[in-house]
Design a protein around this ligand. Structure first.
Ligand code: MV4
Length: 447
């Protein structure tokens, strides 16, 4: 097992990784920008190394600086968390070339799933259902028109190098396709330096359901059930829940089996999340994330499995701590992402936190690096806390969540706590009746 792990991240996920390491008797190295010198993970880690000025490009994305920190502290492994370098295949390769273990999938699998066309091809060949579409890049309008005619309008144009909703354009008929194709291609070229695009049948009212997997270096792959992530605003998840209120037990087992069979064939190593759209009882693979996700704690609540601990054990060559039969699901969990943002405009609201009182009690977890007196920096994403609530049933979880949100106090910066207080009493949400467009539509009706 590792002696020392360098945490190449910040904020709540850096603290999350530190906690797992601490409980495993592993020493931790925190890296931080000058803006994060007073951050909690820096205070709690065994060692800390400043890796640069505030801009992410000069600190948390600065590969030479992070590798230098690993060398001077003699770290055995690096955990990338999520975001930043966590899905950068080149970083994973360089870490390996320096004789340090990258706690994550192989560079090959990171690269494969980072190319959204290659990922779909792999999913299809592994027996995982995908959205009907061009099955490859669309070189020109002529091919685009032919594909769109075959699959039927409306169609969605996506960037090969995109993901997470970036660079998507809908075309409702053939007249609109030309403009949508050229706009999508131009935006993809500008945003990703790769203007390759592909076409899919546009699913108009899907849910966004993802399956958590773990694979070890001994050929074992298990799934930890699914998470419902349909409550999104501009492709930013706001609230997630586990299990999905839309699935029944046989659908849950079926999609879990398809994913485990496919990723076993692939020889997947590490934690991963297979993203689906779900519409009219059918699943359609759209992407795979080769990292631990922000919303992993709701899966931990329902299964009792420490996903970050399993990531570290897998990277150290240990077999999974569980067989599929050992994975059991209990109750219901919901995560509210608390951002330091203006609740109306969603503009970031950095600044000094004057008061911090997180909720507590049975089934209430708050993952946050906040403390009274901490200054939320303006340089990074606005997530400041995750409220994870677990209960025996969805209704009991909702009751507990409402109570926890009443208790939650963050003073000095604006937060999205009030948005969650409104959501958890909304009839459609309470009935579990929502799709990926529901939140934006509902918030528009509140204005
Ligand atoms: C789609 C789709 C509908 N049809 N693909 C968005 C981000 C990335 N995960 C893929 N996403 C989608 N892909 C097809 N063929 C709907 C989404 C989608 C979405 C689209 C618009 C607005 C919000 C959305 C939230 C989640 C998923």
């Amino acid at each position: 097992m590792f002696e020392k792990v360098l945490i190449a991240n910040r904020g709540e996920v850096a603290l999350r990784i530190h906690r797992a390491c601490r409980e495993m008797g592993i020493h931790t190295v925190a890296v931080h920008s000058t803006a994060d010198a007073d951050a909690m993970h820096v205070r709690l880690a065994d060692e800390a190394v400043c890796i640069g000025p505030p801009p992410a490009a000069e600190s948390y994305l600065n590969i030479p600086s992070i590798l230098a920190a690993a060398e001077i502290t003699n770290a055995d492994a690096i955990h990338p968390g999520y975001g930043f370098l966590s899905e950068n295949a080149r970083f994973a390769e360089i870490v390996r070339e320096h004789g340090v273990t990258f706690i994550g999938p192989t560079p090959e699998h990171i690269r494969l799933m980072g190319d959204k066309i290659a990922a779909k091809d792999a999913a299809r060949s592994l027996g995982i259902p995908v959205v009907p579409g061009s099955d490859g890049p669309v070189p020109n309008l002529e091919v685009g028109l032919k594909v769109a005619k075959e699959i039927g309008y409306p169609v969605l144009i996506k960037a090969t190098a995109g993901g997470g909703g970036r660079g998507m354009k809908v075309a409702h008929n053939s007249d609109k396709l030309s403009e949508a194709l050229s706009t999508a291609r131009a935006e993809a070229g500008a945003a990703f330096g790769n203007d390759q695009v592909y076409i899919e049948k546009y699913l108009s009212t899907p849910r966004h359901i993802e399956v958590q997997v773990l694979g070890d270096s001994h050929g074992n792959v298990i799934h930890l059930g699914e998470r419902e992530c349909s409550l999104q605003r501009r492709h930013q998840k706001i609230l997630e829940e586990c299990p999905s209120p839309a699935l029944n037990a046989s659908e849950r087992e079926a999609i879990g089996d398809v994913v485990v069979r496919g990723l076993t064939k692939l020889g997947y190593l590490g934690a991963g999340t297979v993203e689906f759209l779900y519409e009219d009882g059918k699943f359609y693979f759209i992407e795979m994330n080769t990292r631990v996700q922000v919303e992993h704690p709701i899966t931990e609540a329902v299964t009792g499995i420490d996903i970050v601990r399993e990531q570290i054990r897998i990277a150290a060559g240990a077999p999974l701590g569980y067989t599929q039969k050992d994975v059991t699901f209990h109750g219901h969990a919901i995560e509210c992402r608390i951002n330091a943002e203006n609740p109306v405009t969603f503009a970031p609201s950095p600044g000094r936190v004057t008061d911090y009182h997180p909720p507590g009690g049975l089934g209430v977890r708050v993952d946050s690096a906040l403390y009274a007196g901490y200054s939320v920096p303006p340089y990074y994403d606005s997530l400041i806390a995750k409220l994870i609530v677990h209960g025996p049933t969805r209704n009991e979880c909702l009751m507990r969540l409402r109570r926890a949100l009443e208790e939650f106090v963050v003073g000095g910066v604006d937060t999205t706590i009030d948005l969650h207080r409104k959501l958890v009493t909304n009839a459609d949400f309470v009935n579990g009746q929502y799709d990926v467009h529901w939140l934006e539509r509902t918030m528009a009706s509140w204005r």
